[in-house]
Write a protein of this length. Structure first.
Length: 317
């Protein structure tokens, strides 16, 4: 069946959130989960090797691969390669004791680690397994309407997203068949969308642009939303910027000098931010949502609340 036309972001079955480390992709994933619950969606948020960051942000330290209810009305889990492989083997081998023994075997663990794309494939397959139930694959008895995957950062995301294509190309038999199903699910814009997160910084924008091009051109995936996060509010209009630059070397000292230097630093930052935002808006697909930097970026609840407000309209189902 050919891919159907994409609708609103939250009408998808699977959302994959990625961005350079430190740009706020986990916060974006949590905000989207909150919005999905408000839209009446039974939502599962899955992290991938977040080193405890997702559990900490959700107030559930020790969050692991077993989905649990969290504050906000959705379920969450934090996946790792070993637990995903163990679950994969249990589904394939049917007898859990045998599957667990295979998963704990050192030789198998070495193969699992070394085989190109296999670890990424089982992690991606776990998200697909949770998501496919509500797309009519396994009937109407699923606990999930939407699965949001806090995917690896952009430096590793290309290999992660390519895993199903890779396994389809190099494997045969049942593994190839399931990989083909995952690949077809990922490239259908009505079922799956990629959410890219960037801040107005050179590396963050460059990596988002590169991943966007790779996902669309090489993997035929749809980018459903670009989030431009932590954007400083504009303090200086064009004429004011010129005036501040003109005062940079006027010889003043003392408190005036400190104020002028601070204004000059902010003016330079705003100019650089404008340049990078313009590049992001040209090079990255639409729709895009801009999230202003909050006064205290260490106040995680305020950051999350601001993110949820900013994404509300862009993520409407």
């Amino acid at each position: 069946m050919p891919p159907t036309k994409p609708q609103g972001l939250l009408s998808r079955r699977l959302l994959l959130v990625s961005g350079k480390g430190g740009v706020g992709k986990t916060t974006v994933a949590v905000a989207l989960a909150r919005l999905a619950v408000r839209a009446g969606k039974r939502t599962l948020l899955c992290g991938v090797d977040t080193a405890g960051e997702l559990g900490r942000l959700l107030g559930r330290p020790g969050l692991d691969a077993e989905p649990v209810d969290v504050a906000g009305g959705f379920r969450a889990c934090d996946l790792d390669g070993h637990s995903a492989m163990r679950e994969f083997l249990r589904m394939r081998l049917k007898i859990h004791a045998i599957a667990d023994r295979v998963a704990s075997n050192k030789a198998f663990a070495g193969f699992f680690t070394a085989a190109p794309g296999l670890r990424e494939y089982v992690l991606l397959g776990k998200a697909w397994y949770e998501a496919r139930e509500r797309a009519g694959w396994l009937g109407d008895n699923s606990r999930n309407d939407l699965v949001i995957l806090d995917a690896p950062a952009t430096g590793h995301a290309a290999a992660f997203l390519r895993a199903a294509h890779q396994i389809t190309d190099i494997m045969v038999g049942p593994l190839q068949a399931s990989a083909r199903q995952i690949r077809d699910f990922l490239v259908d814009p009505a079922l799956t969308a990629l959410v890219l997160v960037a801040t107005p910084e050179e590396l963050a924008v460059n990596e988002a642009v590169e991943l966007s091009r790779h996902a669309r051109r090489e993997l035929s995936m749809h980018v459903g939303l670009v989030v431009l996060n932590s954007v400083f509010p504009v303090l200086f209009e064009t004429e004011t910027l010129r005036a501040v630059r003109g005062l940079a070397h006027d010889g003043r000292e003392g408190r005036d000098r400190a104020l002028i230097d601070a204004a000059h630093f902010r003016a330079q930052r705003e100019s650089e931010q404008t340049r990078l935002l313009q590049r992001a808006k040209r090079a990255l697909p639409k729709p895009q949502a801009t999230v202003e930097r909050v006064l205290d970026p260490d106040d995680e609840e305020e950051v999350l609340a601001a993110m949820t407000r900013a994404l509300g309209e862009a993520a409407a189902p």
